[in-house]
Each structure stands twice: as C-alpha cells, then as structure tokens.
Design a protein around this ligand. Structure first.
Ligand code: AMP
Length: 504
C-alpha cells in the first residue's frame, strides 16, 4: 500500500516522498482516511509508530482545502495540537513544517521555559496551526494573546502522558475555551479509566483505531543484562563504550543528580557526554539533543521524563545505568532503540540491589533477559543488597527518586514519594499571571521540580491488549463507535490486570 491511495493531495505526497517514506505505517493507513472524513478519532498508538504523520498529514490537507471560517485580514488559529512535553511539541511542529512544506499554511510552537513574547509575535502575525504544551497555552489564553474562537481541529497527543503528568485540569480549562463544534483527535498509548473518561467527554462517535507497538520488547531490540557491582557501573559503562566503539548512546539514570554525575564522570574518562533532565534550561536541553542527533556528542544521559519525546531514528544503543523503578519504564526506555525498523541494542547494568526490579521487568515482558558477565567486572557473590531508597537518600539524592515499586495511583503518594500534583507544570513552564492550583500566586519556584514529579512515573505501558477479547467494556461509553474495535482498544487495562501487570 502506498501513500498515493490514501487520498492525500499532491503537495503532501511530494513532501512525504522527499522525506523518504515509501509506504504508510499501520497507524497512518488507518488514521489518515479517518481524519480526512472529518469525524472524531480515538487512536491507540505510541511514539515510534508514525502517529505524528498519521494526524498531521490529514490535518494539513483539511486545512488547505477548507476555506478558513471567516475570511479576514488575519489568519485564525484553525488547528491546535497539545503535547505533554516541550520536546515533543517542538518535534511535532517540525513535522508539521516538514509535511506542509509545499502548502501555504503557517504553524508555530509554544511551550514554557522560554520567553513568551516571540510566541505572541508569531500569533499576532497569524498562524493556522499551533502546537503547544497545555500550561503555556493557558497562559496565552488568559493573556488573550491567542484567539481560538475559530478552531476547527483539536489534537491531544500522548494524552495518557498529559494526564499522568497532572495536566488534566489545564486540559479541561483549555477545552472550556474552545468552540464546541470542532474535530477532536485523541492519541494515547494506554487507556486508563481517566483516559476513557476524557475520551467519553471529548469525543463524539469517534472512529477507533489501535496499532501494535512498533517495538515490543521481543522484537528488533537485542536486550542484555550485565551483572556488576554497584560501585563499578560507571567503569563498566566506559569499558563497554570504548571497547565496542559505541556512538549515540542514550543512557538512563534514575535521578537528575545521577545523570549529572555520570555525564561528568564520563567526560573525565574522555567520553563526550551531556545530561538532560528537568532542571536543565530549555536551551541546554535543545543543544544537548542537537549535538546528540548530529553525532558530535557520544553519550546523552537522561532521566525517564527528559527522554520522552526524543525521537532519533535508528538510535543504536540504549543503556540502563539504573533499572527503572517502574517496570513499564523499561519498555519505554528500550523503545528508544531499534526505531523505524532498525536493529537496536539495550543493555542494563544490574547490581545486587536491583534483582527485584529485574524480576518485575521480566515478569512484565514475560521472558528472561539474557545475562552476560563481562570479564573483569564479575560481581562480588557475597555482596548484600541495600534497599535502593535508603542508599539513594544516603547519597543525598532525595529528589524524587524513592524506590517504591507500586504504580502510583491517582491521589496516592507517587512511587518517588511525591504526591501527584494535579494541574502541575511538569515542563517547569513559566506560569505567567495565572494563579496556580496551590494558590501560590503563580510562582514557578513553588512547584515541585519536573523530574521530582515524574521520575518514577510509569510511562507508556506495554500492557497487553488483546484484540480477541474485545467484548463490551465500552458499555460505559454511550456513544457508538464508528469503526475499529472498542473492546480491544479500551480493554487494555483489564487484560493487564488479569495478567498480573498493570497499565498505569
Ligand atoms: P512518530 O511515531 O510520529 O514519532 O514517528 C516516528 C518516526 O518515524 C519519525 O522519525 C518519522 O519521521 C518516521 N516515520 C513516520 N512515518 C513514516 C513512514 N511512513 N515511513 C518511514 N518513516 C516514517
């Protein structure tokens, strides 16, 4: 099946062709015709599946074909794409530009942590498509620097992460300000009760589509465990990088402090490395990512949350310097490699303290991960495990890295010891004049840091969804789906619970 058969216009096909896409991915095959039809859409797809083009291409086509609602001097904002993180917002807007290269539509991206004035200028000049994180969008709405009265299409991208990151109230506030008549597209990797409730309130008779993950852990990614003593992990990492001549290595640590320290130590070992996490400025993160992408930087050390939205094709090596507290994050982490059909390698350095975490991961992915001891790095057989929490606090890293392995639930203390903060600003976005939830007068400093809130949050869950167990878990949704299989799409959580895993 080629792109030609999907009903896309010539300028879009030309752009896609120039990007080297030979055939549509499964999500694109289903989403493009569905969005072109003009109805609402509920799509189960995670990053790496090609979902961005799945909604961007048909949006561009619809906007370029339909006349703006009111022909006036200034372009009205006609499409709004909300994303959970700055990085994802930037990448999605880059895609909008790339796919819309031969169209006359204009787009802009807006997120917190950077000056608001250039965004106001761009809005003043007129844009058709806005890609934004919820907090900064609300700031613009409150300052009346954005007019969404003529909005035609709304996309919630990675909606599960937005909810997980505490954006539900911001999203509701945004929705309340949008015109009632519009096309709504909701993309989510998982379907928690919160997502189902949001979909139910937002979507009108949605088409339902769901695609398999591009990278399940069993496919394409070669996984390995290297047992090692906790104090020799850095030495082993240097040995592996040097010995194998690895380049473009994405290394995950559990904490921001750990990321900083490791990047520094690797630098001392003569390996170029930078850390990205929520305490880094946006410009530092953008620079690190750019250097990593163009391969001038050998190693990028990241916390889970900072790594979200990083999209680098064919990233060859992912290293879990620390195993994640939440097993689902393992799947998300290694999904960074082997993307877009390429082979990838994911290695985990596992010390005696992490054996239970490893067991939890293996139970989740339903298979053991092959283990290989590297000569010279044999772990001490008499080493005693230390509770990770106690150890990390002892190192003075008590910022959001507690090691409880329970999935955080709404209203509960999170795995990292942080209470869930509804309406928080995970991006560390400047809050402008908007009063915050906590009534702190909108001071960013009163917000917990981004990683502290999210470091151990479960990511896009690999909870199995079984198409054959489709039945009628949709009963709560009074609307009739127009396509796809609602039971399969919304049944992930049930299956996950049944199989002893969890989806959130
Ligand atoms: P996404 O899931 O939207 O983050 O896309 C993941 C990656 O797949 C991006 O780097 C896209 O450029 C790439 N991609 C999207 N669609 C296609 C396609 N049809 N063929 C090849 N690569 C694609």
């Amino acid at each position: 099946m080629s792109f030609d058969s999907l009903g896309l216009s010539e300028p879009l096909l030309r752009a896609v062709n120039e990007l080297g896409y030979s055939s549509p991915t499964p999500i694109q095959l289903q989403a493009i015709p569905a969005v072109l039809k003009g109805g609402d859409l509920l799509a189960g797809a995670q990053t790496g599946t090609g979902k961005t083009a799945g909604f961007t291409l048909p949006i561009l086509q619809r906007l370029s074909q339909l006349a703006p609602a009111a022909a006036g001097a200034k372009r009205p904002v006609r499409a709004l794409i909300l994303t959970p993180t700055r990085e994802l917002a930037a990448q999605v807007e880059e895609s909008v530009r790339a796919y819309g290269k031969y169209l006359k539509l204009k787009s802009t991206v807006m997120f917190g942590g950077v000056g608001i004035n250039p965004q106001i200028d761009a809005l003043r000049r007129g844009v058709d498509i806005v890609v934004a994180t919820p907090g900064r969008l609300l700031d613009h709405m409150q300052q009346k620097t954005i007019d969404v009265s003529q909005l035609e299409i709304l996309v919630l991208d990675e909606a599960d992460r937005m909810l997980d990151m505490g954006f539900i109230h911001d999203i509701k506030r945004v929705l309340a300000r949008l015109p009632a008549k519009r096309q709504n597209l909701l993309f989510s990797a998982t379907f928690s009760d919160e997502i189902k409730a949001l979909a139910d309130s937002l979507l009108d008779s949605p088409a339902l589509i769901e695609v398999a993950r591009r990278n399940t852990t069993a496919e394409k990614v070669d996984q390995k465990i290297h047992p090692v003593d906790r104090d020799r992990k850095r030495e082993l990492l240097t040995h592996l990088i040097r010995g194998n001549n690895w380049f473009q290595v994405l290394v995950f640590t559990r904490t921001k402090h750990g990321a900083n320290r490791l990047a520094e130590q690797l630098g001392k070992d003569g390996i170029s490395a930078l850390a990205i996490h929520g305490n880094k400025s946006q410009s530092a993160r953008t620079r690190a990512l750019a250097e990593f992408k163009d391969q001038t930087l050998q190693v990028l050390v990241a916390t889970d949350i900072a790594a979200r939205g990083i999209d680098i094709d064919q990233l060859p090596h992912v290293v879990n310097f620390d195993l994640p507290n939440v097993p689902e994050d393992y799947v998300h982490r290694i999904g960074r490699t082997g993307r877009a059909g390429a082979e990838g390698e994911a290695v985990s350095l596992v010390c005696v303290d992490e054996h239970q975490l490893l067991k939890d991961i293996e139970r989740l992915i339903k298979r053991p991960i092959p283990s290989e001891v590297i000569p010279g790095f044999e772990p001490d057989p008499n080493a005693k495990p230390e509770p990770i929490q106690r150890r990390s606090q002892g190192r003075g890293q008590g910022q959001g890295q507690g090691q409880g392995r329970q999935a955080p639930r709404n209203g509960e203390a999170r795995a990292n010891g942080e209470p869930r903060r509804e309406g928080g600003r995970p991006n560390g976005e400047a809050r402008g004049a908007r009063p915050s939830n906590g009534g702190n007068g909108g001071k960013a400093g009163a917000q917990p840091s981004r990683d502290a809130r999210n470091a151990s949050k479960p990511s896009a869950s690999p909870a199995p969804r079984r198409a054959e167990s489709a039945p009628t878990n949709h009963a709560a949704n009074s609307r009739k789906p127009t396509g796809g299989n609602p039971g399969a799409l919304l049944g992930g959580r049930r299956d996950a619970q049944r199989s002893g895993t969890r989806s959130r």
